[in-house]
Structure formats: C-alpha cells, structure tokens
Design a protein around this ligand. Structure first.
Ligand SMILES: Cc1ncc(COP(=O)(O)O)c(C=O)c1O
Length: 451
C-alpha cells in the first residue's frame, strides 16, 4: 500500500496532461505535410488515404463492417441520427447525465430530447427508460456511455427490441470498453467515438462512426462530405447501396483530414490496450485511496462492465449544497480541481440538462437532481503515479473531515483502515525513509482518531 506524500501541502498535479503522440504518428504527419496531401480525397491516380486506412483499421479493431471518420464525435452523432432516419420534430431518448455535444447533436438534427434519469451508479435508469419509451413513443435512443459508465447492455437492448427502438451509442468515453466482452459501439445500430484530445486516442479533433448497417454507412459517407468520391473508402458498402442514396443525401462537409488520421493511427491496437490497462490501474489506486472516506460514495461497477477508467466519479452524500461547495473549494485550495455536476452555472466542459435552455423548460428529473447534485468528477491522466493517487485521496479525505459532519462517519471503518495501512506500511518499511515517515504519520492519525 502506498500512502500520501504531501502531508497536507498543495498538490501540483496537472490532471489535463496528455500522452505524447507516438513517434510513428509524428513521422506520418510530417510525411503528409511534405506531400501537401492533407485532404482525404483525390481524383486521378490517388493512393489509399490515411483517413481510409484509419477507417478500415478501426472497423477491424472494433469488429464492425463499416467505419466513417469525421471531424468530431459530435458530427458523427448528428450524422448517425440523420442516417438512422431521424427527422425534424422527432423525439429522441437520451441520458440526462451526459455532456453538451449529445443534446447538441439532437438539436442539430432538429429533433427534441426525451431525457432519461440516472441511477446512483451513474448509468441510465432502465426503469425510467422503459416508462419514457412507452410514454413518448420515441423510436430512437442516443445512449451516452457517459464518463465510461456502461449500463447492463443486455437488459437495455431487451427493452429497446421489445418496443422497436433503435440505439445509437455515444462512445466518446468508452473506446476499448465492453459489456460482457462485447465492445461498446457494437450493441446498437450505430456507434460514435471521439478522437478529441482528452479521449482515449488523440487526433486533436475527430470522430469515428461504426455500423454494420450498409444503408446507414452509405448515407454517413455521403453526409460526411464524400462528394461522388465514396469509392475511395475502404470500409464501405457496395456501389449499389450508394445508388440508393446518392441523389437523396446532402453533403454536410464534416470530413476528417489526413493529418488527424496520420497522428491517431498508431494509437490503436497494442498502444490502446496498454493505455486502457494503465487507466484502470490508476482507477484502482484512486479507489483504494478514497475507500472509506466519510460522505463519499463510489459507484458499484458489475463484473460484466469491462470499463476503461480515464476518469473517476464519486458522490458526496449526506451533505448540504454549501457543504459540498466548501469541500470543492478546500480541494481547489490544495491544488485539486474537482469538476462538480451540482453547480448552478455550467463551468468548463461541465453542464447539466437544466443548462440546455435552447430546448425550452427543463424536464423534471428529481432523481438526477439528487445524484448530479453530489456528483464529482476527476480526470485520470496516465502521468499519475500511485503516490499521486494517494495524495488526491488524502486531500479529499481531509477536506471532507472538515465539513463538521464527521459524526456520520463510522469511526471503526476509519480505524480499521488506518490499522491496515499501518501494518502494510511497516511491512514495506525497508523500502524507503519516506515509508517510515508515512508509517509514523498514519500511526499518529490512528491514535488521533481513537476516542
Ligand atoms: C459524453 C460526450 N459525448 C460526446 C462528445 C463529443 O465529442 P467531440 O468533442 O469529439 O465532438 C463528448 C465530448 O467531450 C462527450 O463528453
């Protein structure tokens, strides 16, 4: 067990740090720039483009027949809705717990959202989904695997099949993740992935649409802006399918360029697998550091959820809104900037359904109000060490111990944990003088906690 090193000082962690682009991506990008061929399409005698290669490789990686690259995941979700036949004015079911590009794609398609509630474990509430499917008559669900939390996909698909609802998956936070061994993005009719810098593979901006449906694929290629050059796509349906759609499908010019594709191609396969394992390692370290902290609840994650934790969420429970604000502020003072879904105003990347006023009066979601009111969010950059995770845990624990509600925490839990940490620390005490210091600190903490 590794313990905190900061001794309640200030953290100097950059939670927005990204991995460097692999050298193969840098080299490929330089070659593209030297050639000047940054646009994916050519006419006479052009070779297979970086973007077409990326699409073919990603389709194979995920196990889908077709893949269409675009300039963002937001674009792929919009094009997915259009290609799946959503028309202006249609109702589209979606999670209330998601980020702005998801309702944005629905608004872009001229549709209206029917928001589905969120559970205490941060996934879509399947009971509320079925109720709203029946009440709204909606035939499309844009399912957001928000922050990498994957619901019981077998149960969800069962509900959707029963009611004739097609599923489009927003996999912006689940590249490399699966439910019960089946990749996210392959459960529904369409899957949409993001290549934006904060995601699992980074091309700056970019999106990948995957599908097994040839009519969706042909329309998506045409919508994305292929002109009549769609034959240069590799992961595409036959010409006959394009014949059905080429006079009926507008060009929205949402293409990906060769530079973005060149940068991201070497980030799949073994590189992605390695990153996923490292994210989950950091998640486990942070969970260990936060386990048993009073007023803090970590979500239950079932065995079938093969998640990739590039971020961590927890709930603050049994606290008032001002107390939560106090905890967030205390962490920020120590250099730990927690994103909080309970804030009145949208901040940075974070907003909630009540902020999407372009849809009119916010829908009533009392469960979401409670869950999101306490929901805290931390990025897990791959640069975090085990000690960094212990430090984060110590800062959060300390902030929560100063909100004046410690009577709610179980002292025996805290004590048992400290004793365990102490024993582990002593066992490993040969490793460094720092461990010895930590061991003493924990020992003091233990006796401080003892009435
Ligand atoms: C949940 C969710 N879905 C979709 C997107 C869209 O991704 P992009 O930025 O590539 O449009 C984001 C972006 O952060 C997101 O957070």
């Amino acid at each position: 067990m590794v313990t905190a090193s900061i001794n309640m000082g200030t953290l100097s962690l950059d939670l927005t740090k990204q991995e460097p682009i692999p050298q193969a991506g840098v080299d490929a990008a330089l070659a593209i720039m030297a050639s000047g061929k940054l646009h994916r399409y050519g006419e006479l005698g052009s070779k297979r483009s970086e973007v077409s290669s990326l699409e073919a490789e990603f389709a194979q990686e995920i196990g889908a027949r077709f893949c269409v690259a675009m300039n963002s995941c937001g674009s792929t979700m919009f094009v997915a809705l259009k290609s799946a036949g959503v028309k202006a004015g249609d109702a589209v079911l979606t999670n209330c717990f998601t980020l702005a590009p998801v309702p944005g794609a629905i608004a872009h398609a001229g549709a209206r959202p029917v928001l589905v509630d969120v559970t205490d474990d941060f996934v879509i509430d399947l009971g509320d989904l079925e109720r709203k499917v029946i009440a709204s008559g909606a035939k499309t669900l844009l399912l957001s695997h928000m922050r990498g939390h994957v619901c019981d996909m077998k149960a969800l698909m069962g509900i959707c099949h029963r009611h004739g609802v097609q599923v489009i998956e927003d996999c912006a936070h689940t590249m490399g993740a699966a439910w019960d061994g089946k990749a996210t993005g392959t459960w529904g009719r369409v899957g949409c992935f993001s290549l934006q810098s904060y995601k699992h593979a980074n091309s700056g901006e970019g999106g990948l649409l995957v599908t097994d449906d040839e009519d969706v694929a042909a329309q998506a290629i045409l919508f994305s802006g292929s002109y009549m050059l769609y034959r240069s796509h590799v992961a595409r349906p036959d010409d006959a399918v394009f014949e059905r759609w080429k006079y009926l499908t507008p060009n929205f010019s949402m293409r990906m360029g060769n530079l973005a594709a060149a940068v991201v191609r070497p980030q799949f396969g073994a590189v992605l697998k390695d990153r996923c394992a490292r994210w989950n390692q950091r998640y486990a370290w942070l969970v260990a550091a936060l386990d048993g902290v009073p007023h803090l609840r970590l979500p239950y994650r079932p065995e079938q959820e093969n998640f990739v934790a590039s971020s961590l969420q927890f709930s603050l429970i049994g606290l008032t809104k001002p107390q939560i604000e106090q905890v967030i502020a205390a962490c920020a003072e120590r250099g730990l900037h927690i994103k909080w879904f309970g804030a009145d105003e949208p901040v940075g990347f974070t907003s909630v359904w009540a902020h999407w006023r372009y849809f009119g009066q916010p829908q009533s979601l009392p469960q979401a109000e409670r869950v999101l009111g306490g929901l805290c969010d931390l990025r897990l950059p791959l640069s975090l060490s085990q000690v960094d995770c212990a430090d984060i845990g110590a800062v959060v624990r300390d902030a929560l111990s100063h909100v004046g509600q410690t009577q709610y925490c179980s002292l025996s839990t805290v004590r048992a944990e400290l004793v365990e940490a102490l024993v582990a620390c002593r066992e490993a005490s040969t490793s460094s003088a720092r461990t010895e210091i930590e061991s003493n600190r924990l020992s003091e903490q233990y006796w401080d906690q003892t009435p």
